[in-house]
Structures are given as structure tokens and as C-alpha cells.
Design a protein around this ligand. Structure first.
Ligand code: GDP
Length: 193
């Protein structure tokens, strides 16, 4: 698949605004600031597919992008802004659970985790919700350039211990452009599954 051929389709803040539920879709999910936008931009070879440095608490939208062959990539709003109000968090929860509950086209998730912070409580909450859906999971441990080689190995090993039986896992650095080929391979596999 030609991953550079990616185009924005639309943003949605309710189910009725989602594109038609056909074809295949992979969603990018993660805690705010984990490096999701940077990873999307690095994998798809664009500077601004996903906007980095967002304002905390701004309207939370699901962004849909089209690839070749009716495949889509979905950028879900990041979770875990400390500053987000209870009301906003409730909206996020509802929108996201609506998306996961209803979306047949969803083939898998790329879960973005900051390699220095490891799996957080919010990631566990997401996984409690997502894993019972029995869809594919790939974990991207971002900002690996900020870790020493030994630390990278330790993070990878401890993530393998907690998630290795339900997910594939890789180290990644958008800054250093490391891990892009592996990420693309996993995307291809998930789309074809
Ligand atoms: P998002 O909120 O998950 O979309 O996170 P962003 O992609 O906006 O990244 C959050 C911060 O981490 C920004 O300051 C990025 O420049 C930084 N960042 C993201 N990925 C990397 C990486 O691979 N290496 C380093 N050193 N910094 C990164």
C-alpha cells in the first residue's frame, strides 16, 4: 500500500458524522502528549497529517483519513489531559465508546505510549475496554531516542511481559525516523487481516 497517498476525509464529534462503515480502518489511540501526531506524520510521510501541540480541552474530534483501496486511518482524540473538565471527559468517553462499539470497519488499533512513561492507568482503562472486542493491537513505544539502548531494551521487555500475549510491540522515534518500516508492515498486516 502506498502510505504517502493519504488524504483527510472529515472530522466527527458524533456517530452520525462518521464516514460510511465499509472497507477497513485502523485507529490511532493514546494518551495526550504520547507522540501520536508525530508518529502519524512520520509513518505517513507528511508534516501535518495530524496537528501536534494541541490546546488542552479543545473540542475533541475523531479525524478520518483515506488511504488507497478504501482503507482508512483514524486519529482518535488523545486521552488524559489533566485540565479537561468532567463534562469534556464524559463526552470523550461517549464518543470513543460509540466509535468502538459500532465500527465494523475497525480492524485494529495502534496504541501510542511514551516509552519513558510506560503503560499508564489510562492506557489500562482503554485496554480493559478494547481487548474484549477481540481486534488486533499494535503498541508503539514512542520517543525511544530519549532512552539509552539498555533502557530501550528494558521498556520493550517489560511491555512484552504485560501485553506480549495480546499485542505486537515496537520502539519508535518520530524525531529519528526509527521504526517506520515496522509500523508500516503492521499496518499492512492489519488491513489485510
Ligand atoms: P500527541 O499529543 O500524542 O499527538 O503528541 P505529539 O506528537 O504532539 O508530541 C508531544 C510532544 O512530544 C511534542 O513536543 C513532540 O515534539 C514530542 N515528541 C513526539 N514524538 C517524539 C519522538 O519520537 N522523539 C522526541 N524526542 N520527541 C517526540
Amino acid at each position: 500500500m502506498n502510505f504517502e497517498n493519504i488524504n483527510f476525509i472529515k472530522s466527527a464529534n458524533q456517530v452520525s458524522q462518521f464516514p460510511e462503515d465499509s472497507g477497513s480502518e485502523i485507529a490511532f489511540v493514546g494518551r495526550s502528549n504520547a507522540g501520536k501526531s508525530t508518529a502519524l506524520n512520520a509513518i505517513f510521510g507528511r508534516k501535518n497529517i495530524a496537528k501536534t501541540s494541541k490546546t488542552p480541552g479543545r473540542t475533541q474530534l475523531i479525524n478520518f483519513f483515506a488511504l488507497d483501496d478504501g482503507n482508512r486511518v483514524v486519529d482518535l482524540p488523545g486521552y488524559g489531559f489533566a485540565a479537561v473538565s468532567k463534562e469534556k471527559r464524559k463526552q470523550w468517553d461517549e464518543l470513543i465508546s460509540d466509535y468502538f462499539r459500532t465500527r465494523d470497519a475497525l480492524k485494529g488499533v495502534f496504541l501510542i505510549i511514551d516509552s519513558r512513561r510506560m503503560i499508564t492507568e489510562l492506557d489500562h482503562l482503554f485496554l480493559e475496554f478494547y481487548l474484549p472486542l477481540d481486534k488486533s493491537l499494535h503498541v508503539i513505544l514512542t520517543k525511544s531516542d530519549k532512552l539509552k539502548k539498555l533502557e530501550q531494551i528494558e521498556v520493550l521487555q517489560s511491555t512484552e511481559i504485560s501485553l506480549g500475549n495480546v499485542a505486537t510491540i515496537q520502539l519508535f522515534s518520530g524525531t529519528k525516523q526509527d521504526g517506520i518500516t515496522v509500523a508500516k508492515q503492521r499496518l499492512n498486516e492489519m488491513f489485510e487481516y
